[in-house]
Design a binder for this molecule. Sequence first.
Ligand code: ARG
Length: 284
Amino acid sequence: MTSTPTPHTPRTPTPRHYLMCRPTYFDVTYEINPWMDVTKHTDNARAVAQWEQLYAAYLEWGHRVELIDPIPGLPDMVYAANGAMVVDGLVYSAKFRYPERAAEGPAYQKWFADRGYVTHTAAETNEGEGDILMAGDVILGGSGFRTDPAAHRELAELTGHEVVTLELVDPRWYHLDTALTALNGTPDQPLIAYFPGAFSPASQAVLRERFPDAIIATERDALVLGLNSVSDGYHVVHSPAAVDFPAQLREHGFSPVGIDTSELLKGGGGAKCCTLEIRPAPED
Ligand code: ARG
């Protein structure tokens, strides 16, 4: 069954606060996801240049972007989204699945603590916004490869938000943000885009029921990590290798912006992986 998109009010961007990490030490020196291949050459200067384009776009759109210093020996630190999850100004630290990335959790947590944020050291394994996304007031939690569902429960208790567990079943989409994008942050009408094939049948059913109006991404776009995109409510940064997604976004009133992050894809990430959103405490 196909449905025509319901008429929507014009999309407006809302100012965002992001944390990013320049890929100074980016390289592929180990393999913890199917995208990584240590025998392939990585061009660090190219990775930095691509990252700079992303950074510049956010600044141009008026977003506040802070930077954490990259640490030698942590080549994946550029994927800032994995460093923590920040909800209502509260920082839930990452606790990485693989020892290669373990030191990133405390590094990101310290960055927040040094700036006066209340931080919570996670007891359960989780990879921050890589697996934990917000759709309106609801938190979507990925599991299956990296994040333990116990972390979803820990986060629900900590934040008071409902956390919906979604099980990933294909290692190419090992993090939730490789297969699902939250397109607008408004609590009333959360809109998401996702690729069903990345999820277990039970989780596909949950997604269908919860988000009947979601954009369903094509497999060819999912296969270039086209879903690993960042929305400010109007601009949606995506991989230019995604061919169907831009038109789908336009139909829904968004402004798709292709930014090439192909060098960073060699580590298994794109624009979203490089962008940690700092969500402020709600104003009372
Ligand atoms: N090499 C990193 C890893 O496998 C890539 C992380 C990408 N980040 C993301 N948010 N999906 O952990």
